[in-house]
Write a protein that binds this ligand. Structure first.
Ligand code: BES
Ligand code: MN
Length: 456
């Protein structure tokens, strides 16, 4: 085992260079013009896996391809089998002008590697590949079989992955799934995440006049879709930060006193949190701490809002339409289907007759919650401690990883969420970065993990 750890140390700068190559691909799953970049990125992952000595397949789907890579199986040996999941797709990098250097040209400053996807999720899945390479190149026997699934549609809801899991159910039968695609509360403070929020996405368009109209000639006689949309949106939350949709909170499982006590041990203060997000004052559901609000309470957010003239100077029109992109984040035991229904019915009721409403529901994912006391979770905690030197904490996260519930439903196994991202990594924001100490620590964690997990 020491040889594995030494190998990781000795090859640190090569792994950083590889991450630089990986993040150069603009693998933006949401934008059709990047289809070829998606395939090129997937092929790069395939090549990297081959170099390590994994058996690799590039599996086409109706959307972007999936990379499936396996450690060579030993005939006749029955060993534990773990699945490692990650994604090579990234969020759109816009707005470009806020990036200090271009999003797909990696820049290293101190211990930070800046690029879209560096933290979410390329750096994190590469850490796992590095650990396996270290086992192979040092001739150290892995105590288990491993299968990597690195997909290209996580950031758009993983619509084609469940079908893939069903088709390959037999070969993917495993003892647990491991994912590094969440965070840790601070550098050197590792975490095991035992809950994720779910999500339900919508796009709402209000249609007004048949075309943009001169606002001097016609303004005052027709409803303005942008104004109507603002009025509609304003009714969706109250002054206490609660979502004002009847029934929205009905299925929410209240937080236990025990969990609320645990959350108080997290290292970030409210003031530090406020500085991190850069707001004049924090705002959230009254009666909950920011940590609770962002991980264990449901929300409804506008993600994008557009209507009328967006160019320079002014243009005096009544816009023909207005559109908003919305997502709700869900906690146990809310269901995306039920929430979509509640939101739709409520919006229909609120919509004035002066505009026509068009509502499109998008991706959805259920919330996830798993016991942090299982033997596997304990094994993961030991691996985290060996790698980072400190006792890991248990936490909930507010983000979503759509496929985790399908791993449970289709393969019948739990997922261990062992994240390497820091709160200031700027995931989904301009100037995303990955901390190189988290990268190195993640590699050590992955190396220890297979020893620990294979014992239980
Ligand atoms: N890595 C994130 C999920 C995440 C981030 C979990 C931080 C916990 C903490 C993942 O890549 C992600 O961003 N998922 C999307 C999914 C959605 C587009 C369906 C999300 O949560 O917005
Ligand atoms: Mn993401």
């Amino acid at each position: 085992m020491q040889a594995v750890l030494d190998f990781l140390k000795q090859n640190e700068s090569r792994f950083v260079n590889e991450l630089c190559d990986y993040v150069r691909f603009p693998s933006i799953s949401a934008q059709p013009q990047h289809r070829d970049d998606m395939t090129a990125c997937a092929k790069w992952v395939v090549k990297r896996c081959q170099q390590i000595g994994l058996h690799v397949e590039l599996c086409p789907t109706k959307g972007h391809p999936i990379v499936l890579a396996k450690t060579p199986r030993r005939v006749g040996a029955v060993r534990p089998h773990f699945l490692v999941y990650g994604h090579y797709d990234v969020q759109p990098p816009e707005p470009f002008e806020l990036w200090k250097t271009p999003p797909f040209e990696p820049r290293i400053e101190g211990r930070s590697l800046f690029a879209r996807g560096a933290s979410d999720n390329k750096g994190q899945n590469l850490a796992h590949l590095a650990a396996v390479e270290a086992y192979f190149k040092t001739g150290t026997e892995l105590p288990c079989d491993l299968t990597f699934i690195i997909e290209g549609e996580e950031e758009i809801g993983s619509a084609n992955l469940a079908t893939f899991l069903k088709e390959r159910q037999a070969e993917l039968k495993c003892d647990a799934v491991v994912i590094s695609d969440t965070g840790m509360p601070a550098k050197g403070c590792p975490a095991l995440t035992y809950a994720l929020r779910g999500i339900a996405a919508f796009e709402l368009t209000l249609h007004g006049p048949a075309r943009d109209l001169h606002s001097g000639i016609f303004g005052g006689t027709v409803d303005n879709p942008a104004m109507a949309l603002c009025q509609l949106m304003a009714q969706l939350r109250d002054k206490d930060g609660r979502v004002a949709i009847p029934g929205f909170y009905d299925d929410v499982q209240p937080l236990s006193d025990y969990e609320r006590e645990q959350f108080k041990r997290l290292p970030l203060t409210d003031a530090q949190y406020q500085a991190l997000v850069g707001v004049p004052e924090l705002f959230g559901e009254r009666g909950y701490t920011p940590f609770e609000q962002r991980s264990a309470r449901p929300t409804l957010e506008i993600n994008g809002l557009t209507s009328g003239y967006q160019g320079e100077g002014s243009k005096t029109i009544v816009p023909s339409w207005a559109r908003v992109k919305i997502t709700t984040r869900l906690v146990p035991n809310q269901s995306p289907a039920k929430i979509i229904h509640l939101v739709t019915e409520h919006l229909k009721k609120l919509c004035p007759p002066t505009v026509r409403m068009e509502l499109q529901s998008g991706h959805g994912a259920e919330p996830y919650l798993v016991s942090p006391t299982s033997p596997q979770a304990q094994a993961a905690l030991r691996a985290l401690k060996s790698a980072f030197g400190n006792d890991p904490i248990l936490m909930r996260e507010g983000g979503s990883i759509p496929i985790v519930n399908d791993f449970k439903k289709i393969l019948g196994v739990d997922t261990l969420l062992l994240g390497l991202a820091l709160p200031d990594d700027n995931a989904h924001s301009p100037n995303e970065k990955f901390d190189l100490d988290c990268f190195a620590g993640g590699q050590l964690m992955a190396a220890h993990l297979w020893q620990e997990l294979s014992k239980v």
